[in-house]
Design a protein around this ligand. Structure first.
Ligand SMILES: [Zn+2]
Length: 409
């Protein structure tokens, strides 16, 4: 807390006085501080680095068409100097009940996308986020409205004749509603939901798996195309020499989806219960789109159990499905929701409880993981799961567990 106050004090004072000055750090490197210039989002703060810092960066709108979140702000900190350090104070909407800063990341071997900036604090009193970021790039601020949209605008029309007929015909037969798993990318079901999926199947529940993005934008595509090396593969691919040629977006997506289907079938999900919805095929995914998808399933399968990734997830495309369930649960538009913590967030997000598989369930999860390292380009099998997140698979297989929590956690 003290740390935050000091940071806030520095930010506050810097706004009034700093244009550019030098400080001497302990290791005797002369660093300069400059303040963030005026901008449309009223983002304030400082930039620290070597040389003429004020001329080394700019702030402007982000034109990265990777993921859009409704009305939320998107901006870019542009600089060729990747050693610049930014201390930002970002105002958020007055009626928001919170805000989170996400930074676009596509380096390394992990999945590309918006990931939660680690060092940030939300100040509810002043409706602002204080964040520390290095290197700049594309950012998005995700806010949650304090006043939820009226349930009427989103809830399924339960008075519609079709629903009445459906409930009238099913009332005599006692069928348990299905468990519906919303999956952001082709691998999340095995990495983070495998125990939940197999447990529900073994309890006799119908399990429906809904993939809601096309899985494009993964660094694995660059790796397969020989643009980036892979430590898991042990080198850089040569698509021509290896005989598979360039992998474009549709081919990459369909190969990933084949991995998903094969993995889900190893877990025990019926092929007809694997639904490919690709909400983000145009690169834009909004919270409302995910909510509409959930409501569509709730309307088709009243009182279904809805399962998604945690709203606390570090990846924005994951967190969206969690937030959709949390909002709809609070609106009473759905009655049963569970959130799953990503393998990537196991050490950061510790709410809820750990679920452990039986020997048989663990065996099926291991088989599903095998699907993601299958390499056979002749039949368009490219081990995309392991090319993109091998460390997460290794961590899963070392100790097969899921972490799940309720919508109020
Ligand atoms: Zn994912």
């Amino acid at each position: 807390m003290r740390k935050f106050n000091v940071a806030a004090a520095i930010l506050g004072c810097s706004l009034l006085t700093i244009t550019s000055f030098s400080i001497s750090s302990a290791n005797a490197v002369n660093k300069k501080i400059s303040s963030i210039p005026k901008n449309q989002w009223k983002i304030a703060g400082t930039v620290k680095g070597e040389g003429d810092v004020s001329k080394k960066f700019s702030i402007g709108p982000s034109n990265l068409k990777a993921l859009k979140m409704g009305e939320d702000m998107k901006f870019e900190l542009k600089s060729n100097d990747h050693n610049l350090h930014y201390s930002l104070k970002i105002p958020v909407k007055k009626d928001a009940k919170g805000g989170v800063l996400y930074q676009y990341q596509s380096s390394g071997e992990e999945e590309a996308g918006y990931f939660r900036v680690e060092k940030q604090t939300y100040d509810a009193k002043n409706d602002s986020i204080s964040a520390e970021v290095s290197g700049g790039g594309n950012f998005i601020v995700y806010t949650q409205d304090a006043t939820l949209e009226s349930p009427n605008s989103l809830a399924p029309d339960t008075t519609a004749p079709s629903s009445k007929i459906a409930s009238a015909t099913t009332s005599t037969i006692t069928t348990t509603p299905p468990a519906i798993f919303y999956i952001p990318h082709q691998d999340d079901e095995t990495l983070s939901m495998g125990v939940g999926i197999t447990q529900h199947l073994d309890a006799g529940r119908e399990v429906i798996a809904v993939l809601y993005t096309d899985g494009a934008g993964s660094v694995a595509q660059k790796i397969l195309n020989g643009e980036v090396g892979s430590s898991w593969w042990g080198g850089t691919h040569n698509p021509v020499k290896e005989g598979y040629g360039h992998i474009d977006n549709p081919k990459f997506s369909s190969s990933r989806t084949n991995e998903l289907k094969s993995a889900l079938m190893q877990l025990g999900v019926k092929p007809e219960n694997i639904h490919i919805r690709n909400l983000s095929s145009d690169g834009i995914l909004t919270l409302n789109e995910v909510k509409q998808l959930v409501l569509e399933y709730e309307s088709k399968y009243p009182k279904a159990s809805h399962k998604a990734m945690s709203q606390h997830d570090g990846s924005l495309s994951h967190a969206l499905s969690g937030q959709a369930l949390v909002d709809l649960y609070k609106q009473k538009a759905i009655s049963d929701a569970r959130l799953y913590v990503s393998r990537n967030d196991f050490t950061r997000v510790t709410v809820g409880s750990l679920v452990t598989p039986t020997t048989n369930q663990a065996f099926r999860i291991k088989k599903a993981a095998m699907v993601y390292q299958a390499w056979n380009p002749v039949v368009e099998s490219f081990a995309i799961g392991y090319h993109s997140v091998s460390t997460q698979f290794n961590s899963l297989l070392a100790k097969i567990q899921n972490r799940q929590h309720t919508p109020t956690q």
